[in-house]
Design a binder for this molecule. Structure first.
Ligand code: 3PG
Length: 372
């Protein structure tokens, strides 16, 4: 995969596909982490050429329609302030000018999601170099994240994209023993992740609703807890690997909204109760000089009385001696809530793309960059 550092940028025109898909409320940017993450790349390019156009999606608008609430204008203003220079927002690829431009939400354009040759061609032919920097969108086979990479005269991975792929490959390449932590609500949606990580890890600690299904498969009475009947036999097989770490103490309640919780042994869950959080047993994954991958919360951490498992895990991972790679939408949210991303060795900017990558799937943008 060719990196931005390998290409000659001087005075070239550059199209930079970034992921600027950030939460915006009433025109105000709620979290700017993804914007800050691509600033070094933008600055790197601007040191070599003035002609740069940022390309991104925002939200999921109806293709072919302009939707003001999903315009990139608030993001343009954010970058203008950070870079201290004027940025033009343009609504057509033909209008790309010299200087620094930002193309309006690429999902307003007909053919983006279907990876139309026409749109991919327009993007590819407009620039001397097409740089793919949007790792968080690398799992979408769309015109700007796949077709344009293939059709461009020259294309390469941006600095952040390169780093994301490198860090995740490092964790999965098993140069060091790997400990995985997989939380979240359903085994079925994380099945590929669980299978791939079980294959590559020394131990896999499970949490959230996923842990409920494993506990049920292991023969525990989990009362009224939510679990997936159809996943029980798969969980049984996974338990036979002897790598799955189950909770020993859990936090139960009659319902997420009852306002009351009890801390009990996993074998003492009463029939009218639900498991909504767990005690995370540090000793079970306290290995020095290991790699750690974390995706998914251990309980309903948004509600204070069910946040202990996730909060303790964040603290543990902050302090452990070993490389920690975390990613996924809820995981990033939990880290921001209980800690600071800077305290982690690596927090991916990606949600869905992170999950697909750690499940062993080939991401379309990575495939396209590999071909170029
Ligand atoms: C994300 O936030 O995960 C990426 O920007 C991809 O967004 P999407 O799920 O709407 O394709």
């Amino acid at each position: 995969m060719k990196s931005l550092k390998d290409v000659e940028l001087t005075n070239k025109s550059v199209g930079l596909r970034v992921d600027l898909n950030v939460p915006i409320d009433n025109g105000e940017i709620v979290s700017s982490d993804r914007l800050s993450a691509v600033l070094p790349t933008i600055i790197f390019i601007l040191e070599k050429t003035e002609n740069l156009c940022l390309i991104s999606h925002l939200g999921r608008p109806k293709e072919g329609h302009f939707d003001e609430s999903l315009s990139l204008d608030p993001i343009r203003i954010w970058f203008e302030k950070r870079l201290n220079r004027n940025i033009s927002l343009i609504n057509s690829i033909d209008k790309v000018n010299k200087g620094l431009n930002i193309l309006e939400n690429i999902r307003f354009f007909e053919g983006e999601s279907s990876n139309s040759d026409n749109l991919a061609n327009l993007l590819a032919n407009k620039f001397d170099i097409y740089v793919m920097e949007a790792f968080a969108t690398a799992h979408r086979k769309s015109a700007s994240t796949y077709g344009a990479i293939l059709q461009a005269k020259e294309s390469c991975a941006g600095l952040l994209f390169h780093q994301e792929v490198h860090k995740l490959n490092l964790a999965l390449s098993m140069t060091k023993p790997l400990i995985s932590i997989v939380g979240g609500s359903k085994v079925s949606t994380k099945l590929a992740v669980l299978k791939n990580l079980l294959d590559k890890s020394k131990k896999v600690l499970v949490g959230g609703g996923i842990a409920n299904t494993f506990l049920k498969a292991a023969g525990f009475d989990i009362g009224n807890s939510i679990y997936e009947e159809s996943m029980l036999s798969i969980c049984e097989k996974m338990l036979n690997t002897d790598k799955v770490i189950l909770p020993e103490r859990v936090i139960i309640s009659e319902s997420p909204s009852s306002g009351e919780s009890f801390f009990v042994d996993v074998s003492d869950v009463r029939s009218e109760m639900m498991i909504l959080d767990l005690e995370f047993k540090k000793e079970s994954i306290s290995f020095v000089n290991h790699m750690f991958i974390w995706n998914g919360p251990l309980g309903i951490f948004e509600i204070d009385i069910f946040s202990k498992g996730t909060r303790d895990l964040v603290k543990f991972l902050e302090e452990i001696q070993g490389e920690v790679i975390a990613g996924g939408g809820e995981t990033i949210y939990a880290i921001n809530k209980f800690s600071n991303q800077k305290k982690f060795s690596y927090v991916s900017t990606a949600g869905g793309a992170f999950i697909e990558f750690i499940s062993g799937k080939k991401l379309p943008s990575v495939v396209a960059l590999g071909v170029k």
